[in-house]
Design a protein around this ligand. Structure first.
Ligand SMILES: [Zn+2]
Length: 158
């Protein structure tokens, strides 16, 4: 049977927000091919290059200790890298992420061989909230990059 009457919905790239195609489920997200290519290239960048990225770059070891915290993330969070390097991200830096939808995802990601993962999240800072797109990208030294982009602005990778 050929169902030609089915409704399709735009599928948005969870990282850059462009429409990547049509799907059968409303509000579905994927990662568009250019973003996927750029995200998997993140671990090859130097620390200086990561520092200049227009979105937040945080590298976490498997236990959640902060290894890298770039300038864009400093601007987003209001915390200096010197305040957060070596601390536990989920406990000491951003306790609002100590939930299933962030730390839980991170732990599942770090213990799997999964592809880059993206999802939406709301950071809760004292007195304000910031909606962001989050991407997890595996690093070669058994750590992972957490990339943070404010949802209100469109920042293209690459
Ligand atoms: Zn994209």
């Amino acid at each position: 049977m050929n169902l030609r009457m089915e409704t399709t919905y735009p599928v948005l790239c969870a990282w850059c927000g462009t429409t990547t195609g049509q799907g059968l489920v409303p509000h579905s997200h994927g990662i568009c091919p250019p973003c996927r290519a750029a995200l998997v290239g993140i671990p090859q960048l130097s620390e200086a290059q990561l520092g200049e990225m227009p979105f937040g770059v945080i590298e976490l070891d498997p236990n959640g200790l902060v290894l890298i915290y770039n300038k864009a993330e400093e601007a987003l969070s209001g915390l200096a890298s010197s305040q957060v390097i070596g601390k536990n991200f989920f406990r000491d830096v951003a306790p609002c992420t100590s939930v299933k939808n962030f730390e839980g995802r991170f732990r599942a990601f770090i213990s799997s061989q999964s592809e880059p993962e993206t999802f939406d999240f709301t950071f809760r800072f004292p007195g304000r909230t910031t909606k962001v797109s989050i991407a997890f990208v595996r690093s070669e030294r058994a750590s992972a990059f957490v990339l943070v982009k404010a949802s209100t602005e469109t920042v293209r990778l690459g």
